[in-house]
Design a protein around this ligand. Structure first.
Ligand code: HEM
Length: 318
């Protein structure tokens, strides 16, 4: 056992940057040449990242790769992560979290848009026609990490050692997948006109924090309408809280009246993110859904597993 290579996670804990690209691809899963191209490209992502990050070492460039449930076996030829399955849909009385396709996710981030652009260009050159693009969303930082609803987004994220604890699968959890993370993405578009018709106080009740100062509001009494913050707080049967790491980014274009939030959540346990979605869409108590959904509609919903960097690099071995 002593000679085993230590398992290195990918850069899942990289800091929020001012620019990010979320690239979701499908792979020609029935084509052996395509699979080989994808395997060798994934194995060389660390090298590709170095090509780009060296251009500006202060720009915090990082790329994380996720592999979807339907593609996992063909691409990795390795045991499946214990909880990996296609995105679980939730259909509430009024709103639905829908599942959409995706075999590969690239979460590309840097302080400079040109570095994200250049990496994506080199990556897609390498993948060639083994893949096709399902969705490409370019996110940007909006003032002091606010979403386009105007609220500071990411405050309750774990920090320091709690990051790894919340998002990296351990040997004890699932030895074959240790060092990896579950990743859930949803691309939301907002009805900004309707949101703006509400007073700041009403908006604050929806989110569960004050808008200007970002101070947490008390939970509503049991049985009453809960805020987004309360619905997204997850406790297990022992009363222990479980966190995920969100690297949400705004995206959009006023000219085409598009205002969005790209939600991305990393977790050590997939059920935690799924329970958040369940409480948001079905409601707690059921029927009292998250009011953020009256102004935000998910266009996509896909689940991935981001294997450790060690496992990713091993795809180039055969
Ligand atoms: C908290 C925005 C979707 C999970 C928050 C906060 C904002 C926000 C402003 C409060 C500040 C903070 O702690 O970050 C949004 C927007 C969304 C969205 C604009 C999309 C329209 C989601 C989804 C999930 C989620 C889909 C999970 C599946 C969380 C969690 C918290 C949070 C875990 C922290 C709760 C706590 O205080 O412990 N979100 N969110 N969010 N959100 Fe969201």
């Amino acid at each position: 056992m002593g000679g085993r290579t230590p398992i290195e996670p990918q850069r899942v804990d990289a800091p929020l940057t001012s620019s990010a690209t979320f690239l979701v691809l499908s792979v020609k899963l029935d084509d052996d040449d395509a699979i080989n191209t994808v395997r060798s490209t994934l194995a060389s992502v660390e090298g590709l990242s170095k090509n780009v990050s060296i251009r500006d070492l202060n720009a915090s460039f990082a790329c994380t790769v996720g592999i979807g449930s339907d593609a996992w076996d063909r691409i990795t030829r390795q045991p499946r992560p214990a909880e990996l399955h296609p995105f679980r849909e939730f259909h509430g009385k009024k709103h639905s979290a829908i599942a959409t396709p995706g075999d590969l996710l690239f979460h590309i981030r840097a302080q400079r848009r040109d570095l994200c652009f250049e990496f994506e260009r080199q990556l897609l050159d390498s993948l060639g026609d083994a893949v096709s693009v399902i969705d490409e969303t370019v996110g940007f930082r909006y003032f002091d990490v606010r979403d386009l609803l105007g609220f500071v987004d990411g405050t309750a994220n774990p920090v320091g050692p709690a990051v790894t604890e919340s998002i990296v699968v351990t040997e004890q959890d699932d030895a074959a997948s240790a060092g990896g993370s579950y990743v859930v993405v949803q691309k939301y578009v907002h009805d900004i006109a309707a949101w703006r018709k509400m007073s700041t106080e009403q908006q604050e009740k929806v989110i569960g924090r004050t808008k200007l100062e970002n101070v947490e509001l008390d939970d509503a009494p049991d049985g009453q309408q809960q805020s987004h913050k309360s619905l997204a707080t997850i406790e297990d049967d022992q009363g222990e809280e479980h966190d995920i790491l969100r690297d949400n980014m705004p995206f959009g274009s006023p000219g085409s009246k598009e205002f969005g939030t790209y939600f991305i959540g990393y977790s050590r346990k997939l059920w935690v993110t799924e329970k958040m979605l369940c409480r948001m869409f079905i409601g707690e108590p059921p029927g009292m859904h998250d009011r953020i959904l009256d102004f935000s509609r998910p266009l996509t919903g896909t689940t991935f597993f981001a294997p450790s960097a060690t496992q990713l690099a091993s795809l180039g071995d055969s």
